[in-house]
Design a protein around this ligand. Structure first.
Ligand SMILES: C[S@@+](CC[C@H](N)C(=O)[O-])C[C@H]1O[C@@H](n2cnc3c(N)ncnc32)[C@H](O)[C@@H]1O
Length: 216
């Protein structure tokens, strides 16, 4: 049976602001617990308000590793004012800019998981350029333009260890279903075509791939 979060962890996930449905969250959690068994950190690109981070953090706690989460906390294109995914509560009233860091910190604190997470605040490609350690899992859920999704793949997928997992969110093969573009789908196809990754599971728009070869 795949690992499942305790009811209080699932409740914290459901309570947090964010977009991930429960079935995808459960698939992410199971992947994270499996990958944590490698003894390497679990890294997420796209923290937002910490909804998926709660699950990665609990999986990290259960397996004795750390969860790392990367975000500049200024929001993606589709989350800016005037767009469908904008939430006015995420705007810093003093600056008039999105800032999801306070909500993220509240989410983690309330879930009792702060000590299992290292938050990396900055631009994903800039952090990836200075990153040099292997990772048990990389979860790509950052910007959904081709520019951002490709940079996340090229920046972080090389660090997935042999046997480790690459998880991609918002993979929509049918353009009719797309809501922010098909860049994650193109990244998913590229990962499979590289020969370095093999698909393990699909749940909703979440794809779990395992590193079974070298390269990206
Ligand atoms: C779809 S949301 C993440 C949702 C989150 N994983 C959840 O389950 O609730 C995408 C996040 O990626 C961040 N983001 C977009 N482009 C980024 C970049 N180039 N570097 C860092 N963060 C980025 C945005 O600020 C936003 O918070």
């Amino acid at each position: 049976m795949p690992a499942a979060p305790a009811p209080e962890i699932l409740a914290a996930f459901e309570k947090a602001k964010g977009f991930m449905p429960v079935d995808e969250g459960l698939a992410l959690y199971a992947a994270a617990v499996e990958a944590g068994g490698l003894g390497l950190p679990l890294l997420e690109v796209g923290t937002y308000c910490g909804r998926s981070t709660v699950l990665l953090a609990d999986a990290a706690r259960a397996t004795g590793v750390s969860a790392l989460t990367v975000d500049h906390h200024r929001g993606s294109e589709e989350q800016q004012p005037g767009w469908d995914y904008h939430d006015p509560e995420t705007v810093d009233p003093e600056l008039g800019l999105m800032d999801t860091l306070p909500a993220f910190r509240r989410t983690l604190h309330r879930a009792g998981l702060e000590e299992h997470v290292v938050a990396l605040v900055g631009r994903s490609p800039q952090i990836a350029r200075i990153w040099a350690s292997p990772l048990g899992l990389v979860f790509v859920d950052g910007g959904h333009t081709d520019e951002h999704a490709t940079a996340d793949y090229e920046g972080w997928a090389p660090h997935v260890a042999e046997g480790g997992l690459l998880v991609i969110h918002d993979v929509f093969p049918d353009p009719v279903d797309e809501f922010t573009g098909q860049a994650p789908y193109r990244v998913y196809l590229r990962a499979l075509a590289s020969g370095a990754f093999t698909e393990v599971s699909d749940t909703g728009s979440l794809r779990v791939l395992r590193r079974t070869g070298a390269g990206v």
